[in-house]
Design a protein around this ligand. Structure first.
Ligand code: BV8
Length: 234
C-alpha cells in the first residue's frame, strides 16, 4: 500500500490526449492569439471582448472532452494513497475533478488548481468566486458588486498563482515529487522540482519528451501520459 507524502504537478500534457490543446506545441500561439493579448490583466483591460471570447470558446470546448486514462490512473492512486497526496495542476480544465468525482479519494488527498479554473469566474471588485458554466459578456455584471464585473477565474501572467503557501508547505514535506505533462516553461511551477529536491524528496518527470527542466529530476519516463501514468500507478 503506497504511503509517505506525495506531490504531483500536472500540466497541459496530461489533457492533450483528451483533445485539449497544449500551449506550446504550435508556433507559440494560443489558438491564434499571442499570450500577451489573452492571458494578462493588461490584455483583458485593453480588449475584454477578445479575452472573454477566448475563454468562452475554451469553456465550450471543455464540454466536449472527457478525462483520459492518465486522469483516471491518478484518481485510482488517490483512492488508495495512505499518506498526504497533493495534486497541483496548472491546468484550468476540470478533467482531474471529473476523474476524482468518479472515484472518491482518500482522506489525505487534495486537488489544487494553481492557475485557476475555466468553469469559475470572479468579481473584479470583490474577488468573489462563482461557478461559470457558460459564456461571459465582455463586461459581465457581477452578482457581488455593482462596482465590478465578472472575469475568468484564471491566473494570468503577472498575477500570483493561487494557494502558494499550501503548495510550498507540501513541497517542503514531501517524500516524492512527480511532474506530469509540463514543459517547465512557466514559473513558479517550473521551480517546484528544485524546492522538492531541497527538502530531500525523490523527483520524477513523466512527459512526452524531456522538458526544459529534465536535468533537475532524479528520473524521467517519456511517452504519452495515457501509457506512462497508468504504468506508474500500477
Ligand atoms: C507570477 C492560465 C509573480 C492561462 C497560465 C522571465 C523568467 C522567468 C519567469 C518570468 C519571466 N517573465 C515573467 C515571468 C513570470 C511568468 C512566467 O513564468 N513566464 C514564462 C512564460 C517565462 N509567470 C507568471 O507570470 C506567473 N505569476 O510569476 O507572479 C507575482 C509575484 C507577486 C505578486 C504578483 C505576481 C503566473 C503564471 C500563470 C500564467 N497562466 N495559465 C490560461 O490557461 O489561459 S500559464 C499556462 O502555462 C497554463 O497554465 C499551462 O499549464 C502553463 C504551463 O504550460 P504547460 O502546462 O507546461 O503546457 P505546455 O504546452 O507548455 O507543455 C505541455 C507539455 O506536455 C510539453 O512538454 C509536451 O511535451 C507535453 N505533452 C504533450 N502531449 C503529451 C505530453 N506529455 C504527455 N503525454 C502527452 N500526450
Amino acid at each position: 500500500m503506497p504511503h509517505g507524502n506525495l506531490v504531483i504537478l500536472t500540466g497541459a500534457g496530461i489533457s492533450a490526449e483528451s483533445g485539449v490543446p497544449t500551449f506550446r506545441a504550435s508556433d507559440g500561439l494560443w489558438e491564434g492569439h499571442r499570450i500577451e493579448e489573452v492571458a494578462t490583466p493588461e490584455g483583458f483591460a485593453a480588449n475584454p471582448a477578445l479575452v472573454q471570447d477566448f475563454y468562452n470558446r475554451r469553456r465550450r470546448q471543455l464540454a466536449t472532452v472527457q478525462p483520459n486514462a492518465a486522469h483516471h490512473a491518478l484518481a485510482e492512486l488517490a483512492a488508495r494513497w495512505e499518506g498526504d497526496f497533493l495534486l497541483v495542476t496548472q491546468n484550468v480544465d476540470d478533467l482531474h475533478d471529473r476523474a476524482h468525482a468518479l472515484m472518491p479519494p482518500g482522506p489525505g488527498f487534495e486537488l489544487l488548481h494553481m492557475h485557476g479554473e475555466l468553469l469559475k469566474a470572479h468579481c473584479t471588485a470583490t474577488g468573489g468566486i462563482i461557478d461559470c458554466p457558460g459564456d461571459l459578456e465582455p463586461r459581465h455584471d457581477s452578482p457581488f458588486s455593482s462596482e465590478g464585473w465578472l472575469r475568468p477565474h484564471i491566473v494570468w501572467f503577472g498575477e500570483m498563482p493561487l494557494r502558494m503557501e499550501r503548495i510550498e508547505a507540501a513541497l517542503a514535506g514531501c517524500d516524492l515529487f512527480v511532474s506530469i505533462g509540463t514543459s517547465g516553461a512557466v514559473y513558479p511551477a517550473a521551480g517546484f522540482v528544485q524546492m522538492a529536491s531541497l527538502s530531500g524528496a525523490r523527483t520524477l518527470e513523466v512527459n512526452l519528451e524531456p522538458s526544459m527542466g529534465a536535468r533537475l529530476f532524479d528520473e524521467g519516463r517519456y511517452g504519452p501520459a495515457t501509457e506512462q501514468v497508468p504504468a506508474l500507478v500500477d
